[in-house]
Design a protein around this ligand. Structure first.
Ligand code: PAF
Length: 302
């Protein structure tokens, strides 16, 4: 069974004894753990001697009217699950322990990347993620930290944070863990009614189909790509809306979350490019996130 710490200083005293000769991994979570989180812990075990799982429902990443109060807090169950994957320590601080002053006068902003995709409907979300992840890195001082690719924008922002603030932490990304029917595992899936749970895998199916359709083309100009993308996005949106989703966004980007610019890629003489389709959509009370990566081919411009 992992040892649970609620206070920063006690956790730090314990970790200090390991720091010179053991690798430490951090798996940051908000608790209510599912098989996806346990996979992150298993991967962490492959990269480090000591695995610390943080469980903290971080108030600063929830906007007004979001589910901070109702977000499921299930520490005992979480600890039982973490025992099955041999996590070493759980760090479960109170809000006061993490934020002696709230709102904290110090802020972290990752800039433009936070304004798009999820940032459009959750404008303060990534500032909250940025500050809590920075604090967790400072508290645990891990050699590696493990994040799931379901929250792809979050992952990209954290990589940027590590680069820009020179954190000596290797970030390991773990592919999305899915239920047997394709639904990406998420703590928020429990907000789905039985009927909605049946429909929910349509999100993944729709993204997967869009990726397959885009993959088969060979594009020589930006407009050729845009024209096909417009048609396919429209079809995908219609499918999702018909199934009962309210779409927050459905977009295709480079894997750095930049716009797809075919002319730019062609001048670099590349013939393929990795892209990512990202979506967030509401089904009842649940806001579901999913993404699908693909590689597309370009014909030479000359
Ligand atoms: O992905 C999450 O669960 C949270 O955003 C994180 C990274 C634990 C920060 O609170």
């Amino acid at each position: 069974m992992p040892i649970i710490y609620h206070h920063i200083s006690a956790l730090q005293t314990t970790l200090k004894a390991y720091r010179s000769h053991k690798r430490i991994a951090l798996v940051p979570t908000m608790g209510n753990l599912h098989a996806g989180h346990l996979e992150l812990v298993k991967i962490a075990k492959q990269h480090a001697d000591i695995v610390v799982v943080s469980i903290f429902v971080n108030p600063t990443q929830f906007g007004v009217g979001e589910d901070f109060d109702s977000y499921p807090r299930t520490l005992d169950d979480d600890v039982a699950k973490l025992t099955t994957v041999n996590a070493d320590y759980v760090f479960a601080p109170s809000v006061d322990e993490m934020y002696p002053v709230l709102p904290a006068p110090t802020s972290i902003s990752a800039g433009m990347i936070t304004k798009q995709l999820c940032g459009q409907s959750r404008p303060t979300h990534f500032d909250g993620v940025g500050i809590v992840v920075a604090k967790l890195f400072n508290i645990v001082q891990p050699d590696v930290a493990i994040f799931g690719q379901k929250d792809y924008q979050q992952l990209t922002i954290i990589r940027q944070l590590v680069r820009d603030l020179s954190y000596p932490v290797a970030i390991i990304a773990v592919p999305i863990i899915r239920a047997g029917d394709g639904l990406a595992l998420s703590s928020r899936n429990q907000y789905l009614s039985e009927a909605e749970r049946e429909v929910a895998p349509v999100l993944h199916q729709a993204l997967h189909k869009l990726a397959q359709q885009l993959k088969h083309g060979i594009y020589s100009t930006q407009s050729e790509f845009n024209d096909l993308l417009d048609v396919l996005l429209k079809q995908t949106r219609m499918r999702l809306v018909k199934a009962g989703f309210i779409i927050d966004y459905l977009e295709i980007k480079t894997t750095q979350l930049e716009p797809v610019q075919i002319d730019k890629v062609q001048t670099q003489n590349k013939q393929t490019q990795d892209l990512i389709i990202l979506a967030a959509a509401w089904l009842g009370r649940a806001r579901l996130l999913d993404n699908e990566t693909l590689s597309i081919s370009y014909a030479s411009s000359h």
